[in-house]
Design a protein around this ligand. Sequence first.
Ligand code: NAP
Length: 246
Amino acid sequence: MRKTLLITGASAGIGAATARMAARQNYDLALNYRSDHAGVAAVARDCESADARVILCPADVAQPDDIDNMFAQIDAEFGQLDAMVNNAGVVDQIARVTDLTHDRLRRMFDINVIGAILVAKETVLRMQAQGTGGAIVNVSSAAARLGSANTFVDYAASKAAIDTFTKGLSDEVAGDNIRVNAVRPGIIDTALHGKAGEANRADRLGPTAPLQRAGTAQEVADAILYLLSDQASYITGTTLDVTGGR
Ligand code: NAP
């Protein structure tokens, strides 16, 4: 029987790789994105080629009304939600703490933290009502451990909030057989780094990891799909580093 999976930020990078792999593992997919219509359309085509049923859910996770509309769409079109990957996230230009602005901090925390928590809340409400359990994976970052001094301490702090949220939520909903875990990617070769103003960051920093290379979106997707799967049925409240040893 096919399960339904919502992935936020599914138009590129880690979210897109997770969607393509989930389709091959018998998930039907609600693919959230904010602006990259062409990107998500290409992901959807690939997923449909793997026989997945796909709905596209444009929504800015920083906008509570968008989140409500997205879940109303999922309710109407799937009527079931078995799994969710809280992947949408942003960095910002490389900066020191002394250069951070209120606008930047609001955007970062609205998307990476408040959006993720609200998406998890709506997911849990549906899973509890269904009474069939479920699985959630939050996408954190190794930055949560490392602090990202001189680059984006605000981003690191937002991901540390996700680690703590993962533990707290997992304890709250374990009695409903809803498992909540996180992955902490290290340096992964996606377009994210260009959005922080350094497109070749993965090439530059990848070799500094113990495994001496950047990771791929596919390698993070593998970890996410494992944590969603029945193979991880006794794993909850944990955070899995996908960092090449970093
Ligand atoms: P990416 O290639 O830049 O993709 C980001 C995705 O998030 C896109 O689909 C984007 O959609 C979506 N998104 C951004 N803001 C959104 C919003 N407000 N509402 C809805 N969707 C939004 O980044 P990535 O590298 O795959 O990163 C995915 C996750 O992994 C993020 O949470 C990131 O922090 C985390 N991570 C990445 C790395 C890395 O090295 N790449 C390392 C650690 C953690 P649109 O383009 O359609 O707007």
